[in-house]
Design a binder for this molecule. Structure first.
Ligand code: IPM
Ligand code: MN
Length: 368
């Protein structure tokens, strides 16, 4: 198979984790006889620096002409302490999502037996957690009318949703539930918000198409609590843009590291794949970031292309590393591997080769 892939490494640790994702894609191409052609483009703070805008036209053009987009991370601390700045790196990502119509963001959260000890939560609560968050991505308060008064003393963001925006993501969530444990939990704030009441009535109607799926409802404040109290109860969580943003970060605590969680965003045409973590500027350039979230995003990309065997090969290679205790400092403080070493190991396993850990470790100063 021949595929064109837009590669937007972005800011902070983005380029380091993306390099590992590409190593893995190359190993898959080699093993299964595919051809992946990469088109690199700027986004975020890097794009602002190079072109003055966070999403240059050239980048958008590349994204529109490729079969899939692989994105690293966006954000730079330089912008964080001056919230009034007109141009922000994050706008690049939001514009990209909107321009490509990527309305459905999918964030799978599954705990690994080998990593249970990393979570601050008790093992018995997080064992067996396997859920997917379906987050609406191009509507709600992120994209509603916003503004600030002339005297700077007030500001507003508007949250609005249309039935058709709710139904189109509901389709993805219910279809996923049918392939899984057949349970959808709609998370909203219908006791207060009009938009949430619209989500509820729309989803109650929509669910009639899927009589086998059990549907329940949870207010977002309760959902935040349930996610840490009894996370194994969830199968598919369906929710709006901002609630999904917040709850997906919370859910990463269950897995033990934000560096483990991938995501895909699908919509009208090309899909986008990215780790859910941010640009982690403190780690940028240090080769310590966990590349697994990006590598798992590549796995999701291959699944979306119908390359199931290839995707499984990646999942197995990651599983093998975790079993052997091969990991970056966030998941394996005892024996640390660098970001690029972990990428090398996973690519080597995919290539069908045995990894000689002794040899690998000889070059690692942090190994005892
Ligand atoms: C995410 C991020 C983005 C969001 C930011 C970078 C705009 O936090 O993908 O979860 O809020 O959607
Ligand atoms: Mn987020």
């Amino acid at each position: 198979m021949k595929k064109k892939i837009a590669v937007l490494a972005g800011d902070g640790i983005g380029p380091e984790v993306i390099a590992q994702g590409l190593k893995v894609l190359d190993a898959i191409a080699e093993r299964y006889g595919h051809e992946f052609q990469y088109f690199h483009a700027d986004i975020g703070a890097k794009a602002i620096k190079n072109t003055g805008v966070p999403l240059p036209e050239a980048t958008l053009k590349i994204c529109m002409e490729t079969d899939a987009i692989l994105l690293g991370a966006i954000g730079d601390p330089q912008y964080d302490n001056s919230p009034d700045v007109k141009i922000r790196p994050e706008q690049g990502l939001l514009e990209l999502r909107k321009s490509l119509g990527l309305y459905c963001n999918i964030r799978p959260v599954k705990t690994y037996k080998k990593l249970l000890h990393l979570s601050p939560l008790k093992k018995e609560y997080i064992e067996g957690v396997d859920m997917i968050i379906y987050r609406e991505l191009t509507g709600g308060i992120y994209f509603g009318e916003k503004g600030k008064s002339a005297d700077g003393k007030s500001a507003f963001d508007t949250c609005s949703y249309e039935v058709k925006e709710i139904e189109r993501i509901a389709k993805h969530a219910f279809e996923a539930a049918m392939r899984r444990r057949k349970k959808v939990t709609l998370v909203d704030k219908a006791n207060v918000l009009k938009t949430s009441q619209l989500w509820r009535s729309t989803i109650i109607d929509y669910a009639k198409k899927y009589p086998e799926v059990s549907l329940d409802f949870m207010y977002v404040d309760n959902a935040a609590m349930q996610l840490v109290l009894a996370p194994a109860q969830f199968d598919v969580i369906l929710t709006g843009n901002m609630f999904g943003d917040i709850l997906s970060d919370t859910s990463s605590v269950l897995v033990g590291s934000l560096g483990m969680l991938p995501s895909s965003s699908v919509g009208q045409k090309t899909s986008l794949f990215e780790p859910i973590h941010g640009s982690y500027p403190q780690a940028a350039g240090k080769d310590i970031a966990n590349p697994i979230a990006t590598i798992k995003s590549v796995e999701l990309m291959l699944q979306s292309m119908g390359l199931y065997k290839e995707a499984l090969t990646i999942g197995n290679a990651i599983g093998h590393c975790l079993t052997k205790g091969i990991g970056t400092p966030d998941i394996n403080p005892a024996i640390e591997y660098s970001c690029s070493q972990l990428g090398d190991v996973i690519a080597t396993i995919i290539g069908g080769f045995e990894v000689n850990l002794d040899k690998l470790q000889q070059g690692v100063s942090t190994i005892i």
